[in-house]
Design a protein around this ligand. Structure first.
Ligand SMILES: *[C@@H]1O[C@H](CO)[C@@H](O)[C@H](O)[C@H]1NC(C)=O
Ligand SMILES: *[C@@H]1O[C@H](CO)[C@@H](O)[C@H](O)[C@H]1NC(C)=O
Ligand SMILES: *[C@@H]1O[C@H](CO)[C@@H](O)[C@H](O)[C@H]1NC(C)=O
Ligand SMILES: *[C@@H]1O[C@H](CO)[C@@H](O)[C@H](O)[C@H]1NC(C)=O
Length: 297
């Protein structure tokens, strides 16, 4: 990176953070959106009416992120998952999930930099996001590690089922709810297992926090609600009538989101699962024999 572009990058990050603090304050003093009116009028999903769900066809591009795949499956993003502009991602994520505009700029901009593309004019296919240790990383709660499953769009049903079954909370209607400690615990287990069974396992500090951000999306945008998450994670579909559980008018800011992320991450303790993971690792390695060999870098 040239000195000029690194100055541009740092000042851009500072500007986004200042903007984010501002939005967080506006949210604190503004009335929340009404239940049933969170998705803005005129956008797909307004009044709970999501455009028709169609599962991906042969040749369509999908990725490791269930929330983005769901948008493509409903045609909010191009159904083939291809030629998506970073700017388009900004606006559609904002309207669909009610993340704050800061978040909706920061994440696609991060993805553009990672792919060495320009946020303002370039496009990408969903599968491009699965560059290993860019955004995609090991110890996912919903995917096998890339060492075992090169196609990171493949939903690993046993992991999703284990995740949803781990919910200990309940809402007023008696539906199961995932809690912060639930996410810390299942993340601890997945990390310990992946470390034991995957000979190419890697997970740096940045990707740990990234992983806990995924968990926090389930807890905030989806309110931890297991019946909704079941549809989103197993079918990559938005349930009829669904809306974001974030009702603040400026959406979920990075600052507010971070509080949940840091709690999930702080509660993770792999050591509790290390012994059991090591004991079951040979079995896991055997069951991977029928998978294609990993591609050498
Ligand atoms: C990608 O989309 C742009 C408009 O956003 C269009 O001009 C271009 O032709 C498309 N490219 C392909 C390969 O479809
Ligand atoms: C991203 O979207 C937000 C609104 O959702 C808008 O305010 C902002 O200007 C957009 N930024 C860019 C660079 O596209
Ligand atoms: C978080 O999302 C990325 C991108 O979809 C994925 O590769 C990663 O494994 C996920 N992490 C967790 C802990 O689920
Ligand atoms: C959120 O947390 C990450 C990781 O700890 C940190 O790098 C980032 O600066 C934080 N952002 C905000 C807005 O607090």
């Amino acid at each position: 990176m040239s000195p000029v572009s690194s100055i541009v990058k740092v000042s851009q990050d500072v500007a986004v953070l200042v903007w984010d603090v501002g939005l967080t304050l506006v949210n604190l003093v503004s009335p929340k959106r009404k239940v049933g009116k969170v998705t803005p009028a005129g956008h797909p999903g307004a009044d709970g009416k999501w455009p028709e769900f169609q599962p991906p066809k042969e040749g369509d591009s999908r990725c490791s992120c269930p929330a983005l795949n769901a948008m493509a499956n409903h045609g909010i993003l191009p159904r083939d998952g291809r030629n998506i502009s970073f700017k388009q991602l900004n606006h559609t994520i904002r309207a669909t999930y009610n993340f704050a505009p800061t978040f909706c700029f920061f994440v696609p901009n991060f993805a553009a930099n990672m792919l060495k593309k320009k946020y303002s004019k370039d496009t990408f296919d969903l599968a491009d996001l699965d560059l290993h240790n860019g955004i995609e990383h090991d110890a996912s709660l919903v995917r096998r590690d890339v060492y075992f499953e090169p196609n990171q769009a493949t939903i690993h049903v046993p992991y999703v089922e284990e995740l949803l079954a781990s919910a200990t909370g309940k809402d007023v209607d008696g539906n199961a709810l995932l809690t912060i400690p639930d996410l810390s615990k299942i993340s601890s287990k997945r990390r310990a297992e992946a470390r034991a069974e995957n000979p190419e396992f890697s997970l740096d500090k940045f990707h740990k926090v990234f992983g806990s951000s995924n968990s926090s999306t389930m807890l905030t945008i989806f309110g931890g609600r297991v019946p909704d998450l079941e549809t989103v994670l197993l079918e990559e579909r938005l349930p009829d009538g669904w809306e974001s559980r974030i009702r603040e008018p400026k959406g979920l800011t990075i600052l507010t989101f971070n509080k949940t992320v840091l709690k999930v991450e702080k509660g993770i303790d792999e050591s509790k699962f290390a012994v059991a993971a090591a004991a079951s690792a040979p079995e896991a390695a055997r069951s991977s024999v029928d998978k294609p060999a990993p591609v050498e870098a």
